[in-house]
Design a binder for this molecule. Structure first.
Ligand code: TXA
Ligand code: MG
Length: 329
């Protein structure tokens, strides 16, 4: 496989396409597939060579560990050790947009490269029917970061994946737009306290209710968080500058709107895209990354983003917006 000459085959995820994707994963290929959160770039987690190609395709710093995706809780037990809270969270939210960081089990087959040499491992059981079918057919763990070039916003359609990685990977399974639109929530269950490492598709209050305890915060908002090495402040950066909490639109700006009332200057904006005209945070999450991509591709010089309430999924939406606005690292 010579990465430079690859051109990804884009297949509707139906008929034999999922079986073919599993065969290619077994052969060490890179296959992008839909999950309910965002599209992932999959590789056989036990194949260090495939994992190395995956890092190269993404242009990702190799100290950033990956999430191992499995078809069901029983497979997750082979990879990580569950304490009581992890057990409760898995039963409440799997399959679904939750990732658990657990102590690595003795039986863990995931390549050291994929966990960046840590003695913990991030595990997720996704809910998307195509992801579940692929993982069941493949039969082992598949590591899958979001299928974007490192530093770009995560892909919520197969077209986003092709735009970012089309010449670097083998195959893209297309099942239409991702429903949740934000990456999974990541919770570390490594000791007595459970810690929220990344806000995401399951809101904090739902997790705290299921855990019967409040979550500690990683405090890694600004810069590198030692617990979640991938959480660089500028991780979700569009190419254009992004201005937060905009209550007006300046000359040359495009507007990322939220809710029914637009701020002054919106009538002169280069482009207005609304996350949710009636202020629904679930709808806003599903549209966030595709709107950011479209605004970034517009003629505007910069993007102004209206405030989004910090409740429910708003915590994760605001986290991604703050990262998109952060100085580039
Ligand atoms: O929704 C999602 O989680 C998507 C879909 C494809 O499943 N995947 C995803 O993967 O967002 P990625 O690689 O873009 O983000 C994984 C995050 C990174 O910030 C990484 O640092 C963190 O998980 N992570 C992975 N293993 C970890 C570990 N052992 N300890 C702490 N953080 C870890
Ligand atoms: Mg990512």
């Amino acid at each position: 496989m010579t990465a430079a000459t690859l051109s990804a085959e884009l297949l509707r995820a139906e008929g034999d396409a999922v079986d073919e994707a599993a065969r290619r994963l077994r052969a060490g290929a890179l296959v992008a597939f839909p999950t309910e959160t965002v599209y992932g770039l999959g590789a056989d987690a036990a194949n260090a060579g495939a994992v190395a190609r995956l890092y190269a395709a993404k242009g990702r710093p190799s100290f950033n560990p990956l999430i191992a995706h499995v078809a069901q809780l029983e497979h997750a037990r082979i990879l990580g050790r569950f304490n009581d809270i992890a057990e409760r969270l898995a039963r409440s939210f799997w399959p679904g947009p939750l990732t658990l960081v657990l102590p690595k089990a003795e039986t863990c087959s995931v390549a050291e490269l994929a966990t960046a040499g840590l003695d913990s491992i991030a595990i997720r059981v996704p809910a998307h029917p195509v992801a579940r079918a692929l993982l069941a057919e493949f039969g082992g763990p598949v590591v899958a970061p979001s299928a974007n070039r490192s530093g770009h916003v995560s892909p919520t359609t197969a077209a986003h994946v092709r735009a970012d990685l089309g010449d670097q990977i083998d195959m893209i399974l297309d099942a239409g737009p991702a429903q949740v639109g934000l990456e999974s929530t990541i919770v570390a269950c490594l000791g007595d306290a459970s810690i929220l490492l990344r806000a995401g598709g399951v809101p904090r209050d739902a997790i705290e209710a299921a855990a019967g305890a409040s979550l500690g915060s990683s405090g890694g908002r600004e810069g590198v968080n030692p617990l979640a090495p991938g959480q660089l402040a500028s991780h979700y950066a569009p190419g254009k500058p992004l201005r937060l909490d905009a209550n007006s639109v300046k000359r040359g700006e495009a507007l990322l709107a939220f809710g029914p009332a637009l701020p002054p200057g919106a009538e002169n904006a280069a482009l207005v895209l609304n996350l949710s005209p009636h202020g629904d945070l679930t709808e806003a999450a599903a549209r966030l990354f595709s709107h950011l991509r479209a605004l970034d591709a517009s003629v505007a010089a910069a993007i102004a983003a209206m405030p989004v309430p910090e409740q429910g999924l708003g915590e994760a939406i605001n986290d991604r917006l703050r990262r998109a606005a952060a100085p580039r690292t």
